[in-house]
Design a protein around this ligand. Structure first.
Ligand code: OOB
Length: 560
């Protein structure tokens, strides 16, 4: 029988200072609820109501009541224990939007283990790192999804690792792979039940940061802090047992997971409808059939939905609210939502590190269309500062710093990086350039961090640069954002060649072979002899970005 290796203990998270923890408890934000208790408590309360529906294992449409979901998660939890996964162990979850994702999530929580959230788009470079860095005991995949065979990826992960995780496959585990089919976990019998009840202030899971460095940082979120944001988000968004949410974005991302997302809906006793893909045809059909009341999208998808001819063929009248976030939604596009989709808009500006802002139901139209909302909590501290961390006047653009009851105080096992990402008094440096309005709303005006926001998908410039630098014909490289009408930004690489300069197509293949997720592969390349530099001799990304805006208009002109 496959059994997990004994794993290293979790690296302790940077704690909230005692006086803050006390304040957050006294204010009632933090409670003693944990994710291990979350689903059993909802099952008790909402029993026969439908919790989740979607296309599951074997392409079967599955609808689970709260009671059934809890029972299934419980059986899987026993199966995980039988495999040797222990409380405190990390489990990398890379499962697309299917009911088994939710079952597995709560199974991992039930035994006091910690999910590590990978996106379906991640490949060997990302998943290998998550497994290695967290010393994961198990790695959960679907057999195939979106034309990709995750078992091939899992084979690479296992063969490249000295301490490979157990691979659990939703669907067909394949022959002679050594992988465990999820169905085998469901037959757990006579398992000694040594699940451990986590403490409320302990780390519940590791979420991924969009990243600005060579490797994504992992974000340790505690039961207390995260559950506060879930409850408060559900309330702000008016969720109830009548809510029916369509989840089209990858379920493991912080936005569809908790803003208010899957967890907010389950908290409130509503119904989560998982969409296998975010296309207008799939989404509109589900909205009509399931009488969906709320959906959440990134800006490019909102644009696609609004201009889709299929809109006229479906009854979308149940849709009350569309949430848009993850990247800046232009005011022009925001104004079109009500007319084209017949629902209200809510802008969401959040980050996996914590802080989430929403426009509210009662906000006047111009606030909803021109701002990215205001924080969840009265105790979210917002500072807008200049380069020397001095506050700028209201209405002036500056760097956003934040601290509060659900914003982390440090990344996972990254003490060096934490010194630059947090101020001495614990404010998180978001890297976002914002303006605070007189009404207390935030408007996102740009970014100070070296990150490209490709329609909500975050690409760390340094990560892509490091991979490109590994090519023998690349001497130097700078990756920057290129403005784009549809995605907001695309990724563009300026390359100084070494010897015979490579062609763009070769670099793309090279990055793919290194196992980098497709969304991180530059959309365009430009070969140059040198980079513009700043006064102190650093590569001037500002100059490079400016060059992109003025000089180059078509990406294919950059290939050679
Ligand atoms: C969400 O989370 P992440 O961790 O993928 O990305 C966070 C970053 C922010 O720092 C900001 O740069 C950008 O994404 N962002 C936005 C935005 N929402 C996020 N920029 C402009 N306008 C917006 N509305 O993306 C996320 C997490 C929870 C809820 C919603 C989004």
């Amino acid at each position: 029988m496959t059994t997990a290796l004994r794993r290293s203990p979790l690296v302790p998270a940077t704690p909230y200072p005692a006086e803050f923890a006390q304040r957050y408890r006294d204010a009632g934000y933090w409670t003693d609820e944990t994710f291990a208790q979350f689903l059993p408590a909802r099952a008790e309360r909402f029993g026969d109501r439908i919790a989740v529906s979607g296309t599951g294992e074997g392409g079967v449409r599955r609808t689970l009541t709260y009671r059934r979901l809890n029972e299934r998660a419980d059986v899987l939890a026993a199966g995980l224990l039988r495999l040797g996964v222990r409380p405190g162990d990390r489990v990398v979850l890379q499962v697309p939007n299917m009911p088994e994702y939710v079952e597995m999530l709560f199974a991992v929580f039930a035994i006091g283990a910690l999910p590590v959230f990978a996106l379906p788009a991640h490949r060997r470079a990302e998943v290998g790192y998550f497994c290695e860095f967290t010393d994961a005991a198990a790695y959960v995949i679907a057999d195939r999804h979106g034309g990709f065979d995750y078992r091939t990826l899992a084979r690479e992960i296992v063969s490249g690792s000295e301490r490979p995780p157990i691979v659990i496959v939703v669907g067909d585990a394949g022959e002679d792979t050594g992988f465990v089919p999820l169905s085998e976990l469901r037959t757990a019998e006579g398992t000694p039940d040594d699940r451990a009840e986590p403490t409320p202030d302990s780390v519940a899971f590791l979420q991924l940061s969009g990243g600005t460095t060579g490797r994504s940082k992992l974000i340790p979120r505690t039961h207390t802090d995260y559950l506060y944001s879930v409850r408060a988000s559900a309330e702000i968004c008016g969720l109830s047992p009548d809510t029916r949410m369509l989840v089209s974005l990858p379920a493991a991302h912080n936005f569809p997971m908790s803003s208010p997302g899957i967890l907010g809906v389950l908290h409130a006793g509503g119904r989560v409808v998982l969409a296998p893909d975010p296309t207008p045809s799939t989404s509109f059909e589900l909205i009509e059939r399931e009488r969906i009341t709320i959906a959440s999208l990134v800006p490019p998808l909102a644009l696609t939905w609004m201009s889709a001819p299929a809109r006229a063929k479906h009854d979308l009248s149940s849709l009350e609210m569309l949430q848009v976030g993850g990247a800046k939604f232009s005011a022009e596009a925001a104004r079109r939502v009500r007319g084209e989709l017949g629902c209200t808009l809510q802008q969401v500006f959040g980050m996996a590190e914590g802080l989430v802002n929403y426009t509210r139901a009662g906000d006047p139209d111009d606030i909803v269309t021109t701002t990215q909302g205001r924080p969840i909590c009265p105790d979210d501290e917002i500072l807008v500062v200049d380069e020397s961390d001095a506050p700028v006047p209201v209405g002036t653009v500056g760097n956003l710093l934040t601290r509060g009851p659900y914003t982390i105080r440090g990344y996972y096992a990254a003490s060096e990086h934490n010194r630059s990402s947090f101020t001495a008094d614990g404010f998180y440096r978001t890297g976002d350039r914002v303006r605070l309005t007189e009404t207390g709303h935030l408007v996102v005006e740009g970014r100070a961090k070296d990150q490209i926001n490709r329609g909500g998908e975050k690409v760390a410039a340094e990560e892509v640069e490091n991979h490109l630098l590994a090519h023998p014909c690349v001497r130097d490289v700078a990756v920057v954002a290129k403005p784009d009408a549809y995605l907001g930004e695309r990724t563009f690489a300026f390359v100084i060649g070494e010897g015979t300069p490579p062609r763009a197509v070769e670099l793309r293949v090279f990055l793919r072979e290194r196992g980098l997720a497709a969304y991180k592969i530059p959309d365009g390349f430009q070969f140059v002899d040198e980079f513009p530099v700043t006064g102190v001799g650093k590569v001037s990304r500002t100059e490079l970005r400016r060059a992109l805006e003025s000089t180059f208009t078509v990406d294919n002109a950059t290939d050679r």
